[in-house]
Ligand binder design. Structure first.
Ligand code: ATP
Ligand code: 3PG
Length: 399
């Protein structure tokens, strides 16, 4: 892969950078700016080289049209604070405002384009539509730098197609991530334990088939639990459930048994009346979730069980919070998993945390980042990397 140095003298050149600024927000307040900080080395290197830096990024999953709640305005403000220089936010992704904003940039100045997913062509499955958007983006720049590691598993216009149009290089964050993730998984020290959770259940269930050929133990927490419990014949009340995945999960359970891979499920669940911070809640057995209640965390016995399965690990990958950690009452499972992973690390395990929310959880819950071997900015991206899959946003840079 070409690096930024390979792009030559960048003074006065317009460089389009794809970053991953998909940060957790509470209204317009960024609750964890880890992904913004992670973008700084590349942006600073380009600004120091005198480039005119144009950043494109997404936030959330808008439906191909502008929506105020997905505006990158909070990110522009935070990025400006961290860089110590103004970051102009274009009012659109690729229209008149974007063109004017870029034209007004001086050497060593930076602008951010509005959420690229406001344009439906960004995520289109039709190659020609993505190529058209990539062509428009390319008209704003002389070179392209891919630095949004969290999104390199997406074949999207600003990640994949654009790299075929402009001279393209890999950014510092992507380089660092690839290096660390490779180190952990090319020949993992065993036991190799993977902890999965979070809410992007169907996105992440697919990786299990592959992990069953690599890991020694899989611990299942978060919203993923309920599809597993349903596959074992338990009712899950109003909890997050991917009904159409139940048969697939039954297949995983059977495969795991054949291969001698341990799948560890929670034995107790914290259930609430509603998805709300102050909802009344109780701990129930995992096979006794009442019909009208919703599971929002693994229970204390499960936290102990998970701990016992992590303590002797030599490689740990954790992706997806064990519960709705954003609400204090349902943060116990995630806190316990994070602590057990820190302790495994202190016992010599190489530990990786992946995912925007998992990495945010580590920081928001007050853990020292130094307690983990590598905190990846990628969730789905790091999982697909660990699976050994080809990531379109990286493959395209390898030419
Ligand atoms: N039982 C549950 N029910 C509903 N949501 C849950 C549950 N447990 C965890 N979550 C939510 O999962 C979200 C994170 O899931 P997600 O799959 O996006 O993980 P991630 O680490 O951010 O990975 P990525 O970077 O791929 O998005 C958190 O906001 C958390 O509240
Ligand atoms: O949060 C993430 O994992 C990345 O920003 C990618 O987002 P996506 O899953 O909506 O493509």
């Amino acid at each position: 892969m070409k690096t930024i140095e390979d792009l030559g003298d960048l003074r006065g050149k317009r460089v389009l950078v794809r970053s991953d600024f998909n940060v957790p927000l509470d209204g317009t307040t960024i609750t964890d700016d880890g992904r913004v900080r992670a973008a700084l080395p590349t942006l600073t290197a380009l600004l120091d080289a005198g480039a005119r830096v144009v950043v494109t990024a997404h936030l959330g999953r808008p439906k191909g049209a502008p929506e105020d709640k997905y505006s990158l305005a909070p990110v522009a403000a935070r990025l400006g604070e961290l860089l110590g220089k103004p970051v102009t936010l274009a009012k659109d992704t690729i229209g008149e405002s974007a063109r004017e904003t870029v034209a007004a940039l001086g050497d060593g100045e930076i602008a951010l384009l509005e959420n690229i997913r406001f344009d439906p062509r960004e995520t289109s499955k039709v190659d020609a539509e993505r190529a058209e958007l990539a062509g428009e983006l390319a008209s704003l720049a002389d070179a392209y730098v891919s630095d949004g590691f969290g999104v390199v598993h997406r074949k999207q216009a600003s990640v994949y197609d654009i790299a075929q149009v402009l001279p393209a290089a890999v950014g510092e964050l992507v380089l660092k991530e690839v290096d660390s993730l490779r180190k952990a998984t090319e020949d993992p020290a065993r036991p190799y334990v993977v902890v999965l959770g979070g809410s992007k259940v169907s996105d992440k269930l697919g990786v299990i088939a592959n992990l069953l050929t690599k890991a020694d133990r899989l611990l299942i927490g978060g919203g993923m639990v309920f599809t597993f419990l349903a596959a074992k014949g338990c009712s899950v009340g109003k909890s997050l459930l991917e009904e159409d995945q139940i048969e697939t999960v039954k297949g995983y359970l059977a495969q795991a048994e054949e291969r001698g891979v341990e799948i560890v499920l929670p034995t107790d669940i914290v259930v609430a009346d509603a998805f709300a911070a102050d909802s009344p809640h109780d701990v129930v057995a995992a096979d006794a979730i009442p019909d009208e209640r919703i599971g929002l965390d693994i229970g204390p016995a499960s936290a102990e069980l998970f701990r016992s399965k992590l303590v002797d690990a030599k490689t740990v990958v954790w992706n997806g919070p064990a519960g709705v950690f954003e609400f204090e009452a349902f943060s116990g499972g995630t806190r316990a998993v994070a602590q057990a992973i820190v302790d495994a690390g202190a016992n010599g395990a190489f530990t990786i945390v992946g995912g925007g929310d998992s990495a945010a959880a580590v920081r928001i819950l007050g853990f020292d980042e130094a307690g983990f071997g590598h905190i990846s900015t990628g969730g789905g991206a790091s999982l697909e990397f660990l699976e050994g899959k080809t990531l379109p946003g990286i493959a395209v840079l390898e030419g």
